[in-house]
Design a protein around this ligand. Structure first.
Ligand code: PLP
Length: 422
């Protein structure tokens, strides 16, 4: 015991020394990390609510929310508390054993949705990977062996594993890695006729985001979702909703499908499910779940007690009238501020989205410039996202204080004014 606490305190001192000496900086990133991202020039070191501070003590208002992950902001006290408590109790047992937080979270997700069965994983991509495998297996075991076609959509994003990136509709992410998984077809989003043309008895699933996030913050139309549901029923194909970004209260309902009244057969959820702690889930019905059997799929960490206990706390807080109706109010505030900005600067063609998944589409002359605006915004103290080069994307905390929205918008206004003048 004495040795352990000695080692712990030595380690803590070493980490503190590194942090205090700022022994790592943005240049370190280029030296030690795989060159797949180009992170901002500053390094955040602390966050509270919707405010973040960097290594130099500069403060930012966070409209990015960790890409729709921090539904309850940074370091929400209830999540911190539950993580500390679980951290002193049980971290991991593997799926050779089950655990209480996983069972409780699964039951909560079932109670709140169409689902009767849950599979836990660690990221959106893994939940989607499981969904696509389940859809193929369901079709092969219940129907016929060549019922394997997956219909997906241009601009869709489903993750970066090879299967999910191949189902995603952005070639730039999928090309350059050799032969792709076969029998995946892409058609334009919101185009029911295009789906009808490629749909047949070989189709095992249609996969879509009810609101395309990465692809441009594009909500599905009601007619489109209803039509796709009918086609799936007709051809005995499964309808998969990827709600990794649109789920967990982001649109003002727990899941976006609940706005449309169109029910999927499989739904994937991640990001805000853990409020910043990595966890994802695939939800489905009892009947479809029986296509799987013991050993058919798995993951070491999926459903671990730490992630699930945080997930339980996040779900309990998010799935309340107070938080969900607050999303609408905050949506209106952001839209009004963006419209006001647009009256001054005329840089947006359209502001779209649902709840707190909002995209401001830059006019043709500013296409490709979103990254420059993001950089200018950071210089003025606002963290913001883009969707491609032509859309500014807002995915803040669902409980971002109204004062922070107002202050963040004032800073963004300044950033745009400065950017235009330069
Ligand atoms: C709709 C959607 N699906 C899947 C993913 C992949 O999630 P992850 O990065 O956690 O694998 C994302 C991530 O942005 C997403 O927006």
């Amino acid at each position: 015991m004495i040795i352990i606490s000695l080692v712990c305190s030595q380690y803590k001192n070493k980490v503190r020394e590194m942090v205090e000496n700022r022994a790592v900086n943005r240049n370190t990133y280029d030296q030690v990390m795989l060159p797949i991202y180009a992170p901002a020039s500053f390094i955040p070191v602390r966050g509270q609510g919707s405010r973040v501070w960097d290594q130099q003590g500069n403060e930012y208002i966070d409209f990015a929310g960790g890409i729709a992950v921090l539904a309850l902001g940074h370091c929400h006290p209830a999540l911190v508390d539950v993580l500390k408590q679980q951290g002193e109790k049980l971290w991991h047992v593997s799926n050779i054993f089950t655990n209480e937080p996983a069972l409780i979270l699964a039951q909560k997700l079932i109670d709140a949705t169409f689902a009767q069965k849950v599979f836990f994983a660690n990221s959106g991509a893994e939940a989607n990977e499981a969904a696509f495998k389940l859809a193929r297996r369901h079709a092969i075991t219940r129907h016929h062996t060549n019922k394997t076609k997956i219909i997906a959509f241009h601009q869709a994003f489903h993750g970066r594993t090879f299967f999910t990136v191949s189902v995603g509709g952005q070639q730039k992410y999928a090309d350059g890695f050799g032969p792709k998984p076969a029998d995946i077809i892409h058609v334009p989003f919101n185009d029911l006729n295009a789906v009808r043309e490629v749909m047949d008895e070989h189709t095992c699933a249609v996969v879509l985001e009810p609101i395309q996030g990465e692809g441009g913050v594009t909500p599905a139309t009601l007619e489109f979702l209803r039509g796709v549901r009918e086609l799936c029923d007709h051809y005995q194909a499964l309808l998969i909703f990827d709600e990794v970004q649109s789920g967990m209260g982001r649109t003002g309902k727990l899941y976006a499908y609940q706005h449309y009244g169109v029910q999927p057969d499989i739904l994937t959820t991640a990001k805000a499910l853990g409020g910043g702690f990595p966890i994802s889930a695939m939800l489905t019905t009892e009947a479809i779940a029986t296509a799987m059997e013991i050993g058919a799929h798995g993951t070491t960490y999926g459903g671990n007690p730490l992630a699930c206990s945080v997930g339980c706390a996040a779900l309990d807080i998010i799935n309340t009238a107070e938080v969900l109706t607050g999303v609408e109010k905050r949506h209106d505030m952001i839209i009004q501020a963006l419209e006001k900005m647009n009256q001054k600067y005329h840089i947006f063609d359209e502001v779209r989205g649902k709840g707190l998944l909002i995209g401001a589409v830059l006019k043709a002359e500013y296409q490709g410039k979103a990254g420059d605006i993001l950089q200018q915004a950071a210089e003025q103290g606002v963290m913001l996202l883009s969707a491609g080069g032509g859309i500014l994307r807002f995915t803040p905390s669902l409980i971002i204080p109204e004062d922070d929205i107002a202050e963040g918008m004032t800073r963004l206004d300044k950033a745009i004014a400065r950017w235009l003048s330069e």
